[in-house]
Design a protein around this ligand. Structure first.
Ligand code: M6R
Length: 616
């Protein structure tokens, strides 16, 4: 939700800022804007509603004077419509100061009243402009941007990353953060700020994460981080594990197409270094403490969206292998219902971005209530891992498309590693059992590659179905969360009403939706591995077929029982039942993507969405 970039150094900042915004655009694309202090010390701004291309067009039509200090913003609208007036930056101190914001200032209304009463005026409907005007007022009083920030942050409630420049302080960008992300990029004679490392990875792979309630001042040669009271704080540098090319399309038609194709590597990289001689040993979990893990009596998984479906999938494996009860909760529901937690509860958060505000707040709540917290995260330097007792990173590489794909399979892989590590520590699987499941896990990357080869079949299906108004998805056992994920992908990418159901629930209501021609995807369990469930799902297929449904079955290679009853069968390679989700989800991702393409929609940036949801 909103991407933020800041730069000071020798280069012309406009190029750096626009490049950073291009790589951050997945965070929001309602409007974009920049502010640059030019070489004569004047502050120049440009902003435009719509995607970044609109701002580029505006800058081509009305160029601004460039300079070596600047800030840039790409917006996901919260307060105020996505128009030019509400686009960032916002100005303070009579237009001599520019500010950008990610987050929500919850008490903006009384602050605005206070400023209006003092005679200040506002151009926008945003909460953010209140911070700009307030900062301008404090700058006039202190004459120093960092000092002004210290006064302002004390007045703000809610979540914010704020960056500002003042034309009287060229060569200085100041930022502050509370509950919203901000990372420093360390260069040579230049420094950067960004919502995440993608903002500056083209220029440096040295980064520093900024903690909660901290203020950072960057100049070309120095970085100073303090707490909100102005006391210096220690920071820790880390190396960014991927380079700029990883966040480029690399010849693919969309980021999503690229990321779907990268799934074999996303899983293989997540497994790497965590299995030795066929035994799962996750170093991060060993460090967290195998005795602590052995003492856990209950696991609560918290996540949102696709990450929550990864959690729902893993619940089956964790309970079977480690024999420990697992609840899976949506982060935003968890925190506000007084959940029962104790020090033998382990909370596992799952988040690709590591910044999802609902999940972050749930983690903080759980730790305050005495639970231990492990995060499964894909983004280095993100906030949720910093707020957890331990982190198991997925190594899926940067995920840019708003619809999550490779992060999902990597999350399941990481959770299965966790489950096998825990089963070993708790002694709930013997050596042979551990070895058998580990071998299945290691075989997954190649099997995903095989599923990807069926892209043409799925594309054809999507083309035939481009006029479809509603699609249903059925699954049972681990196929159920995959049905939910298939429906979510279709909603967000193709704007088609889609619902996922547990196949066993069909006769309890949803079957009333079936009418002639209704497309239904069915994730069919393996006839070998799930001999008791397979015939039940095949019966479900017959029930809906009898009522005219058009059935698209995702079934194991060689499953002859579905052939007479399905209109289309998409085959997946043989795998043990708990591993089928990692294969069955791929055709559903491809289907949603191809349908979006067939409808001429924006696959990477679906309407109304943002990649990382940093507001509650
Ligand atoms: O960054 P996170 O994994 O915490 O994001 C969670 C959800 O917002 C995310 O999975 C969302 O549902 C995706 N757009 C789904 O494709």
């Amino acid at each position: 939700m909103c991407g933020i970039v800041g730069y000071v150094g020798d280069s012309k900042s406009l190029e750096v800022l626009m490049g950073g915004l291009r790589r951050l655009e997945y965070r929001g694309y309602d409007s974009a804007g920049i502010a640059v202090i030019d070489d004569d010390g004047a502050l120049n701004t440009a902003k435009q509603a719509g995607k970044l291309a609109m701002l580029s067009g505006e800058l081509d039509a009305h160029p601004i004077n460039n300079g070596s200090t600047g800030i840039g913003h790409t917006r996901w609208a919260t307060h105020g419509a996505p128009n030019n007036e509400n686009a960032h930056p916002h100005l303070g101190d009579n237009g001599r100061l520019a500010l950008i914001h990610n987050g929500i200032i919850e008490n903006f209304s009384p602050l605005k009243d206070e400023l209006l009463a003092e005679g200040f005026t506002f151009e926008s409907e945003t909460d953010s402009e209140v911070a700009a005007v307030l900062l301008g007022r404090e700058y006039q009083r202190t004459g120093d941007l960092a000092a002004a920030f210290r006064a302002v942050v004390e007045r703000l409630d809610g979540a914010f990353t704020l960056l500002a420049v003042h034309q009287d302080q060229p060569g200085v960008v100041v930022g502050a953060r509370r509950n919203s992300p901000l990372v420093i990029g360390l260069g040579d004679g230049e420094n950067f700020l960004g919502s995440d490392v993608a903002a500056f990875v083209e220029y440096t792979r040295r980064a520093v994460a900024i903690g909660q309630d901290q203020i950072v001042t960057i100049t070309p040669d120095a970085v100073v981080v303090t707490d909100f009271a102005g006391n210096a704080v220690e920071t820790e540098e880390f190396d960014i594990a991927w380079d700029a090319s990883a966040s480029e399309k690399g010849g693919w038609s969309s980021f999503m197409a690229k990321e779907v194709s990268e799934q074999p590597d996303a899983v293989a990289n997540t497994l790497r270094g965590r299995i030795s001689d066929g035994v799962v040993v996750v170093p991060e979990l060993t460090e967290f403490g195998d005795e602590v893990l052995a003492g856990i009596r209950r696991i609560v998984i918290i996540a949102c969206g696709t990450a929550a479906y990864a959690g729902q999938t893993a619940k089956y494996a964790i309970e079977k292998w480690a024999q420990i009860p697992v609840d899976v909760e949506l982060s935003h529901e968890f925190r506000y219902r007084d959940p029962v937690l104790s020090d033998d509860t382990l909370v596992i958060s799952i988040s690709q971005s590591g910044e999802t505000m609902d999940t972050l707040m749930a983690v903080k709540y759980a730790r305050e209530a005495g639970a231990k917290a492990i995060s499964i995260c894909n983004t280095q330097g993100a906030t949720i891992p910093r707020e957890s007792d331990a982190v198991v990173y997925t190594h899926a590489g940067p995920e840019v498309a708003v619809a999550s794909t490779k992060a999902f399979v990597a999350q399941i892989a990481a959770l299965y590693l966790f489950a096998l590590h825990l089963a070993r520590v708790r002694g709930t699987l013997d050596a042979a059992g551990l070895a058998e499941q580990t071998a299945e896990l290691l075989a997954i990357p190649d099997k995903i590659a095989t599923v990807l080869e069926q892209g043409d079949t799925v594309r054809q299906l999507a083309t035939w179905m481009s006029d479809t108004r509603a699609v249903l998805f059925l699954g049972r056992h681990v196929g159920f969360p995959i049905a939910l994920e298939g429906a979510l992908k279709l909603k967000e990418l193709a704007y088609i009403h889609a619902e996922g159901f547990a196949a066993g629930e069909l006769k309890h209501g949803p079957i009333a939706l079936i009418e002639p021609g209704q497309p239904v995807f069915v994730v069919v369990p393996s006839p070998r591995g799930s001999a008791h469930l397979h015939p039940k799902v095949v019966s479900n297929i017959q029930e809906i077929r009898a009522r005219g449904a058009r059935v698209i079955a995702i079934a194991e290679q060689g499953d002859a029982a579905v052939l007479p009853f399905a209109d289309t069968v998409i085959h997946i390679p043989l795998a043990a039942p708990l591993f089928e989700p990692l294969l069955a989800v791929v055709p559903l991702q491809l289907f949603a993507m191809e349908l979006s393409v067939a409808k001429g929609l924006d696959v990477d940036q679906p309407r109304n969405l943002a990649k990382s949801v940093t507001v509650e």
